[in-house]
Write a protein that binds this ligand. Structure first.
Ligand code: MLT
Length: 232
């Protein structure tokens, strides 16, 4: 069965033993992770709180970059915010990153019991789809959402992935597929009606929206193993 889960909070109640999970947070956590790894970061460790991130850095013997957000802005004492543009090659190449975000890293934590955990955004969706095409067990595509509410941009990306997969699909997966198919001419326009898109625009992150909704689909697929995200 291919299912779509609407929020990180709902994912906590799903038994993912034996399944493959895919976490999506288009705005912006998984888009930023995709850019970071594409630009040469060695790994990303996803943690739930800024305190865990500081602790990780304190215990690490090598250089660690701290990245993420609270209320969409950089966390005090962190190196980077949650903008995909901040994870440029000159900043991240060869480095390990620790990230915490309000919803994206929460969704990743919620899926830790899955047999396999992939990380997707629009930017790497085609390579994630390639990986999923050979999966025979259940697939849960988890939309991070925002603070417990479903967000349209994650649903559109989930629908794009579902539309390329063959197999039994839940009613919600079929619904997201239909939303994507009826929006595919201008995904950004449909996403722009959503609350999180509008909020980021208001806060001055319009360039991030350009990156997250660019036509790129072929950045590297990412896999999270024991909390560490790397390219496949
Ligand atoms: C999150 O993970 O909560 C989001 O990526 C928030 C944001 O857009 O900065």
């Amino acid at each position: 069965m291919i299912d779509v889960i609407a929020t990180a909070q709902q994912a906590l109640d799903v038994d993912m033993n034996g399944a493959t999970a895919v976490v999506i947070d288009v705005l912006r956590a998984t888009s930023s992770m995709t850019c970071a790894i594409h630009n040469g970061a060695r790994s990303i460790v996803a943690v739930n709180t800024p305190e865990e991130a500081f602790d990780f850095k304190a215990k690490s013997s090598s250089r660690v970059i701290l990245g993420g957000e609270r209320h969409a802005d950089k966390i005090s004492g962190f190196d980077l915010d949650n903008s995909p543009l901040s994870y440029s090659a000159d900043v991240v190449r060869g480095n390990d990153i620790v990230m915490t975000t309000t919803n994206g890293t929460l969704a990743i934590g919620a899926c830790r019991r899955a047999d396999r955990l992939l990380i997707s955004s629009f930017l790497n969706a085609d390579n994630v789809i390639n990986q999923l095409q050979s999966v025979s067990g259940d697939i849960y595509i988890v939309c991070a959402g925002t603070e417990g509410r479903f967000t349209i941009e994650d649903g559109l990306c989930a629908g794009y992935i579902v539309s390329k997969l063959v197999g039994d699909k839940s009613d919600f997966a079929i619904s997201m597929q239909q939303v994507y198919l009826s929006s595919s001419e201008d995904i950004r326009l449909v996403a722009s009606k959503g609350e999180h898109f509008e909020r980021l625009k208001r806060k001055g992150y319009a360039f991030d929206l350009d990156v997250c909704f660019s036509d790129i689909r072929n950045y590297e697929a990412l896999e999270c193993v024991d909390g560490v995200i790397k390219k496949l």
